[in-house]
Design a protein around this ligand. Structure first.
Ligand code: ZN
Length: 501
């Protein structure tokens, strides 16, 4: 074993431990922590972040990383070890450029920001949040500028953090193609609004039964309850400490049966990815999913590609009917599945159907581009938001709670994150296309045997953690880099059939 590598890893283990502790606080803040805990807890989080920072960013670590990045030293490293060094070099280059005092102040700010955002959203009051948001944006601009090289654009730096190698130039092309395909489909469907019946969903569904059924579906799709838990939070999310402690949340709404079911399946997709990462990678810097886009491809694959398919419900629909006695008896499986794919423009991203979803993402992408090109001020955001919703979805929010305040992401400093949602859908469609050439996906679903599907995903995507980026994973899988044509074809085919366009 390489001595330098061993020394580096002993330091990184400590940094990982701080990171796990920070993750646990984050989980707690969003699930169980009492409202008033935040101010005091934020101090602790700030201190822990500072410790993480000093373990990670110091002269010796820098020396070791650069030494191990050199060709001669790298020769003695395994593929995984090389990937760890590469990942560390990237993180290090990012962190080293930020002065520790600024990093701590920023961590405290974002720790408080989520509760400030939540309150402002509840009160539909953007003014109560705008100064905090403004501060976060200035930090993000400053931090990105520290890493800027040549004539690199600030927003490209942020995009690269979430999806290595993806730039505004590529995303502009992707979103242009998407707009050209989706907007006409949405228009055609709007002329057939009564084609799919959904009235049967307008009833109360017992939350207790929803919890039971959601848990059953989670286990059915492959979520391992010996390595994971499900809790509740307003906005469902996945957080993992390592491959044997994967936590997801969901929410239950009495008047909305599909929300809990599909949020649960979605988060299971994220969770299963994390659970399947190889043991030798977990708790290392490459021990998580490789990018937000690939993560979303897994959650959306489970939620939309298979979860909303007719075949998926063949073994499950009677169980759903039995879970809500008398409530779905008159609804055929075909009608149920059609209703689950009903498409209509709305104001809320998280409630959007599969077809209009990416338009919500497009709006955030365009706004973020403007923020980082200094083309819009924080004060102007609500109006810009509303104007874009009118333009792309034909709707205007009646208040900021269902407008610019609806997402938590900016409160956490996540700019450049949103495009990953749309990229995820596109990557999922590309993986699905290739998967179908190797296994009979429909037959697996009809027979209620999801094992070959999970095994395929583990083989080509999950096991590698972050040792390969999106492009490398796709190339290794099918010999083709990212190609959004599969997504366009998938949506066009699905909705043309569904609405008989
Ligand atoms: Zn997700």
């Amino acid at each position: 074993m390489n001595q330098n590598y061993e020394e580096l890893m002993s330091k990184i283990e400590k940094a990982q431990a701080f990171q796990e502790a920070l993750s646990l606080f984050e989980w707690d803040n969003q699930t169980l922590a009492p409202k008033m805990a935040m101010d005091n807890t934020a101090k602790t989080i700030g201190l822990l972040s500072n410790e993480f920072f000093s373990v990670m960013v110091n002269d010796r670590v820098k020396e070791l990383i650069y030494l191990l990045s050199e060709e001669k030293e790298a020769e003695n490293l395994t593929f995984n070890q090389k990937a760890i060094v590469k990942q560390l070099k990237k993180t290090f280059d990012q962190l080293e450029k930020i002065p520790p005092a600024e990093y701590q102040a920023y961590s405290e700010l974002t720790a408080k920001a989520s509760s400030i955002w939540a309150k402002a959203k509840e009160e539909k009051n953007f003014d109560a949040y705008k100064d905090t948001l403004g501060e976060i944006i200035s930090y993000q601009k400053k931090f990105a500028s520290y890493r800027q090289t040549g004539d690199q654009k600030l927003y490209d730096i942020l995009l690269d953090d979430f999806e290595e190698g993806f730039t505004m130039e590529m995303l502009d092309q992707f979103f242009d193609k998407m707009k050209a395909a989706i907007i006409p489909l949405v228009k055609k469907i709007s002329e057939k609004q009564d084609f799919i019946k959904r009235d049967f969903l307008n009833q109360s569904f017992s939350v207790e039964q929803q919890k039971k059924f959601s848990k059953e579906v989670a286990a059915y799709v492959g979520f391992d309850f010996d390595k994971g838990v499900i809790a509740e939070s307003a906005h469902p999310f996945t957080l993992n400490l390592h491959n044997k402690d994967v936590r997801i949340t969901t929410h239950y709404l009495e008047q909305n049966l599909e929300s809990a079911i599909f949020s649960t399946i979605h988060e299971c997709g994220h969770g299963i990815y994390e659970m399947n990462i190889a043991d030798e990678l977990t708790q290392t810097p490459v021990g998580g999913g490789t990018s937000m886009g690939v993560h979303e491809s897994q959650s959306r694959f489970f939620e939309n590609v298979i979860g909303r398919s007719e075949a998926f419900w063949v073994p499950l629909y009677e169980k759903l009917q039995a879970a809500f006695p008398g409530q779905l008896d008159a609804v055929s499986r075909e009608d149920f599945v059609a209703a689950m794919n009903y498409s209509k423009p709305g104001l809320i991203r998280t409630e959007a159907d599969e077809l209009t979803y990416s338009l919500h993402v497009l709006i955030r992408y365009e706004i973020e581009k403007m923020i980082f090109a200094d083309q819009v001020t924080v004060e102007e955001l609500p109006a810009l938001w509303n104007q874009k919703y009118q333009e792309y979805l034909g709707l205007t929010p009646s208040h900021d709670g269902e407008g610019v305040l609806q997402d938590i992401h900016w409160a956490g400093g996540s700019f450049g994150y949103f495009p990953s949602y749309a990229l995820g859908s596109a990557i999922a469609a590309q993986i699905y296309d290739y998967m179908k050439s190797k296994i009979d996906v429909e037959d697996c679903l009809v027979k209620g045997n999801l094992k070959p599907i999970e095994a395929f995903l583990k083989e080509h995507i999950h096991q590698y953690g972050a040792t390969k980026n999106t492009k490398e994973l796709l190339l290794a899988m099918s010999g083709e880099a990212f190609n959004s044509d599969y997504y366009i074809a998938y949506l066009t085919d699905k909705y043309t059939k569904l609405y008989q366009l």
